[in-house]
Design a protein around this ligand. Sequence first.
Ligand code: ADP
Ligand code: UDP
Length: 256
Amino acid sequence: MLPRTRRRRIYEGKAKVMFEGPEPGTLIQYFKDDATAFNNQKRGTISGKGVLNNRISEYIMIKLGEIGVPTHFMKRLNMREQLVRQVEIIPLEVVARNVAAGSLSKRFGLAEGTVLPRSVIEFYYKSDALGDPMVADEHITAFGWATPAEIDEMMSLTLRINDYLTGLFLGIGLRLVDFKLEFGRVIDENDNLRIILADEISPDNCRLWDVKTNEKLDKDRFRQDLGQVGEAYQEVARRLGIMPEASAEPLKIEQE
Ligand code: ADP
Ligand code: UDP
């Protein structure tokens, strides 16, 4: 494997850097400690976040693969990097919600914590310049971001992922309030376009509340200046049974 400095940097985002992978059709996803919120207006660093999100996302993607959800994850390479399958990203953020919080609470005047009558799936257009506006199916198809069949596929995958992850997190005393997914297109062995799950699943893009205390163990600690942000991410990793060696220690993560 080439050292990172010699690999071609394809894209640098807010939380990750994507490098050219060792084989065509692969990428290396590097997890940074940088955090942003409110469409880039708030910026900071959460020490050790990249290491934790790399592990948490690996764990979840592997579990989803085991229940038959196709994902981009191939293998973890080191503390901050994983090898993934390159996709053509569908420019949508797919949000699933079980409990009112964040922008949903604001939009409909719902008290944070209100349990929704059923899970709700929403689509947002991925555009920092426009502040990721919410979009309807009509916009998605009219502007050619995805076909009706792709919308159906993203909806059904998201519902499955939501059901599975709700149970997985409940098993470790966490309520999955909401989360964001990204999907992409790949060409399968029969030359057909297929949709797979891409990006990451971590406390950066989920809301996770302790079932007993309602304590927030996710990026809202950063957004709302609640403190102990890295510790919250570490607690999620500890409960998932990953990085158990860090369980009793305050956040102290080796940097590469
Ligand atoms: P942002 O672009 O929102 O700042 P990140 O810092 O997380 O986000 O950057 C990661 C970027 O890589 C995102 O734009 C995401 O859509 C994209 N991406 C994630 N997985 C893949 C993949 N398998 N292939 C191609 N692009 C991907
Ligand atoms: N989310 C995300 N990236 C975004 C916007 C939202 O990962 O650009 C996640 C967020 O962490 C939460 C869910 O999607 O788990 C719903 O977020 P909401 O629309 O409430 O956004 P907020 O306005 O609170 O960022």
